[in-house]
Design a protein around this ligand. Structure first.
Ligand code: MG
Length: 168
């Protein structure tokens, strides 16, 4: 049986994942407008991943007999100055999500909710990967600097990313 505290926290996390999806969709649209189709593709895949995170928690909460509450999704920005700003914002955001997941994990331990704790293991691992991937892209962007050819090549590379449903 889920405690009310865990149920509320899972609902908050669902909203955070859906907000993340919204954020990355906005970034995707912004890059598409700017003609950076590869960056747009990368963020569109990221959007799909975040939706999968949200859905996995929805299914889990539902399976545990909890009540899923789809709360309003807060507004997201519309535009970013350049890819570096967008990826720095992404890293900041993913670090915040990591701390939310860690807080939830600690709460599951406090409540002796071992099923929720186990469910969150894949999310903990997923966050390590997210932060690592984004950090690598920021490194690439720093290396490229203001070089147009480098940016063109990176755009081509990020255009190769394909959505693979995460195993949650
Ligand atoms: Mg996520």
């Amino acid at each position: 049986m889920l405690t009310k505290r865990i149920e509320d926290a899972l609902n908050e996390q669902i909203n955070a994942e859906m907000w993340s999806a919204y954020l990355y969709l906005a970034m995707s649209l912004d890059f598409d407008n700017k003609g950076l189709k590869g960056f747009a593709n990368w963020f569109r895949v990221q959007y799909q991943e975040e939706q999968a995170h949200g859905l996995a928690l929805i299914d889990y909460l539902s399976a545990r007999g909890g009540r899923v509450l789809l709360k309003p999704i807060a507004e997201v920005p519309v535009t970013w100055e350049n890819p570096r700003v967008a990826f720095n914002d992404t890293l900041t955001h993913e670090r915040k999500v990591t701390s939310l997941i860690h807080n939830l994990y600690a709460m599951a331990e406090e409540e002796k909710d071992f099923a929720t704790r186990q469910k969150l293991n894949t999310f903990v691992a997923e966050q390590v990967e997210e932060e690592d991937t984004v950090t690598q892209i920021i490194d690439d962007l720093n290396l490229v600097g203001d070089d147009g050819v480098g940016l063109f090549q990176l755009d081509r590379e990020l255009g190769q990313r394909q959505y693979v449903a995460p195993q949650l």
